[in-house]
Write a new protein. Structure first.
Length: 123
């Protein structure tokens, strides 16, 4: 299960790409088989897979410098359907406050201020 889900592309219910599965949380109970319970997404979760110290260090710096929180997002494995090479989440990434936080902030504070940056069709 972990192998099938890890690094899969995530899409919202409207078909918009909204990241990849960076980690799978497995619950281990004594005397029982391990059970995958949640999937986790986030830049620092992915970086932790490469280097734990670098992830911790960069997370502290980002918290001071970047105006939006870039913490991880967890989804229960019960909340998705697997279709083809991606995982479909039953949420709308535009209305969910936890998904695409940095992208939404950049759109509002940077792209919308560029002349011609946001047309009525892009919203």
């Amino acid at each position: 299960m972990v192998r099938d889900v890890l690094d899969s592309l995530l899409r919202d219910k409207n078909g918009r790409d909204c990241g990849r599965v960076d980690s799978v949380i497995v619950k281990v109970r004594p005397g029982e088989p391990a059970v995958a319970t949640e999937m986790e997404c986030g830049i620092f979760v992915a970086l932790r897979r490469v280097n734990e110290r670098a992830a911790t260090w960069l997370e502290r710096i980002a918290a001071r410098v970047i105006p939006v929180p870039l913490g991880s997002i967890k989804f229960s494995l019960d909340r998705f359907s697997r279709e083809g090479g991606f995982i479909e989440l039953p949420v709308d990434s535009e209305s969910d406050p936890h998904l695409l936080r940095a992208e939404k902030w950049l759109r509002k504070h940077v792209v919308e201020r560029i002349p011609g940056g946001m047309t009525g069709k892009s919203r």
